[in-house]
Design a binder for this molecule. Sequence first.
Ligand SMILES: Nc1ncnc2c1ncn2[C@@H]1O[C@H](COP(=O)(O)OP(=O)(O)OP(=O)(O)O)[C@@H](O)[C@H]1O
Length: 741
Amino acid sequence: MTVNEDFKQEQQRLYDTVHYMDQILHSSKRDIETAQENIRSAMTNVEYLDSSDSFLNILMNTRFFELARNQKEGLEAIRQKPYFARIHFQREQENEEFLYIGKTSLFHSETHEPIVVDWRSPVANVYYDGRLGEITYDVRGEEHTGHLFAKRQYKIENAQLLDYRDVDLTTNDELLQEALEGKADVRLTEIVSTIQKEQNEIIRAHLRQPILVQGAAGSGKTTIALHRISYFLYTMGDHFNPEQLMILAPNRLFIDYIADVLPELGVDKICQTTYAQYVLDALNLKLKLQNPNDQLEQLVADQSSIHDDWPIPKMKGSPFYELLMNRYLQHYEAQLATLFDDVFIEKYRIMKGDHLRKLFLVEFQYMPVEKRLERIKKVIQTEVKRKTSAVLTTLNTRYEDAIGRALNGMRDAEKRRHTVTKLIDERDDRIPKIKQEAKSVASSYMKKFQKVKIKQLYRTLLTSRDLLFELAPEWTMEETELFLEAHQKEQWALEDLAALLFLHAKIKGIEDKWKMRVVFIDEVQDYSYFQLAALKTGLETDMFTMVGDLAQGIHSYRSLTEWQPVLELFPRATYATLQKSYRTTIEIMEVANKILMQMDEDLPLVEPVVRHGKKPEFITVENFDDNIIKDVLAKIRENRHQSIALICKTTNEAVQLVGQLESSDIPAQLLDENSAIDQQKLLVIPSHLAKGLEFDAVILTSFDIPYFKNALDRKLLYVALTRAMHELYLIGPSKEAFLMK
Ligand SMILES: Nc1ncnc2c1ncn2[C@@H]1O[C@H](COP(=O)(O)OP(=O)(O)OP(=O)(O)O)[C@@H](O)[C@H]1O
């Protein structure tokens, strides 16, 4: 076939697909109208007809309406670009076929032939996996084999075929290059047509197993985590509701940043929150939490502000703190256990305290404390029911016997009458009392087990010298005193939430509504060991997808500095690395790698995807100069780059600069955690808040305090540098202010 014929054929294929879609769209629209009309008329008849019939009618039509609307919306979303690739493929013992891969599948309603295959389907894996020739792929755990002859990528816009090309292993992925060059959105986008082999492996890695990804800045960690959620729901949707999935992001700004891509990937119904918010919601807690960034800010401004010898935030995230909480829990349980004494009704012992204690400490130990107590109450109730009837039967018989003996054995009529009356009175008094007591004995027995307030329980530990001596004998006297001193005032920090979550889970249990079954964590390097451990304990699942980068660990004064503890916490976890950066040009990455090389962590340099751009520009100037900024902005805009961030080391500098920019008539927006991004303005961001975000162009300034040669500043600087997609400007008094020569 000539190239021309081939092109024509592809055009025809696209035309047919779009035409078929239009037909379905048309009938969906009709279905929607019919359903709406049916609902309307059922509504008007609701009073006259048998109401249950009308309601049923409305219900049915509403379902029908939703189905038709979903189908319509789904089709409209992909009509402009129904597919992006094709594989020429032969399954074992079947005919060769051409499969077109798109964002969602489309089947012919009569022939049931696939017109478009979903990118998440098992066979689509063949496309992403890269190899041509004999291949294997997995369908629900079963291995299938086949032969891949060719892969083809399409450029389609507005339902028109612009171009296509066949890819093999030697050609560069031009589609990827174009996607990266052309990206000009401040928000994250879906990348289904250009997912790379190593990324695909992470997206599709064992869904029921945990995975930990160390990925370089810009390697697609966030993007991949979101695509994995989409893949998860597609593959496991029968077993999991989206509401049972949770993505934990570093802050609200970040949630806003990923918001657009979630509906595109069909995963907008999952719970999107931060660790702190999740804990507060799940525990129904009201706490005024110190802003975790305040501590970081303080550190950035003054490195000596944190206690170096024994940093409490770090300790509160350590395995030792988990051990301490476990010891405290045991201590609390032991205290409760002493309250179990024998259960009596009147003078009859119904249950032994020892037995109940054993139930509490051993047999029911797998349950949260308060659930155990509820179960024990039920056990008592059942036992009371069973034994009371025996007690009553015995008592009744005894009274009968005694009365019988009195009637038959006593000669003196007066005495006899007196004794019998006494016995009858006694019986008539005792038996109802026993019955009454039987009803309430379990409740009154359990009254001594007061429900505890977790916040208070935890606070008791933080402030009790005796308890700390007993439960943390490893600490020196000075350390204990330091700890007590730090907790004199009631203040709550992020580090405390893990302990609260842990104690709550072990004592009260997590409510079903908040018991997420699958968790996705971005920026996991900012978590502590104990934060993760508490979450895993509380949710009773290890189905965690965790992505992060130690080189960006700017919270390492309280968080992880290596992955080993995480791998020990999740022994089933797969560990994967991503080394390529898709965000940044070679020229920008060269500068960022210079900082990476200075870090203590032994991390490999980041490999940029082959994409050249403008060389980063250093502009030496002592103080803020609005003309320089105006020049730089003009240059950036000339290159048609839209989203521009000015990243400062500290919040202080950011606040000052926004003021200066505005008085120089440069529209600027100071980004804080709760801002909505305004793309039209120059976004001014303190370095720690820029993490996770990206911009066409980044201007780094260093007018306030320079970046110093220490671990924290290197990381902040590295984060700031790697936010740029296309252009980078460094403006300050010297190159040294950016740790460069
Ligand atoms: N396969 C791909 N095809 C096209 N674009 C991609 C691909 N992988 C990543 N990208 C793009 O690269 C950029 C970086 O991705 P993302 O923000 O997910 O990386 P990250 O590893 O989370 O970065 P960081 O750790 O620096 O926050 C995004 O613009 C994303 O769309």
